[in-house]
Design a protein around this ligand. Structure first.
Ligand SMILES: [Zn+2]
Length: 130
């Protein structure tokens, strides 16, 4: 049994699968660069991505222990606020983490999400072998 399998049934199954995906990608980058150690992993997570950053951090800290190169890496999460653009008046606004149905300024209902759906690896800091 992997260390994280003990709690995946009760919580954060989605975050565990996201963490496993991140770890795969980070390990691929570490191998390509012949890294001795991964120092930090920086992620961008949008408010609308459906990911709880606390759960993701918890999942990553469990999954990383499978890989000695990664076991001391720190996870840094930038939370990207949910922002909309109104197609009618062109105004951008932050809905304070809520789903907006109409523009704050003109009441227009044709809204585009311009940020907040992010879910990607931004940066990996490696210690490279001399
Ligand atoms: Zn508007």
């Amino acid at each position: 049994m992997k260390p994280w399998e003990q709690w995946t049934g009760r919580a954060a199954v989605h975050e565990v699968s996201v963490a496993l995906g991140i770890v795969d990608e980070v390990m691929r980058i570490a191998r390509q660069n012949n890294a001795r150690r991964v120092l930090s992993v920086r992620l961008k997570i949008g408010q609308l991505s459906g990911i709880q950053s606390g759960c993701l951090r918890f999942a990553f800290d469990a999954v990383k222990l499978e890989h000695p190169v990664l076991s001391s890496a720190e996870i840094l999460i930038s939370e990207i606020p949910l922002r909309y653009r109104c197609v009618e008046c062109g105004r951008d606004f932050d809905a304070g983490g809520r789903i907006a149905v109409s523009c704050e300024a003109c009441g227009g209902r044709d809204l585009k999400v311009i940020s907040g759906e992010e879910q990607h690896l931004e940066n990996v800091e490696l210690e490279i072998q001399p």
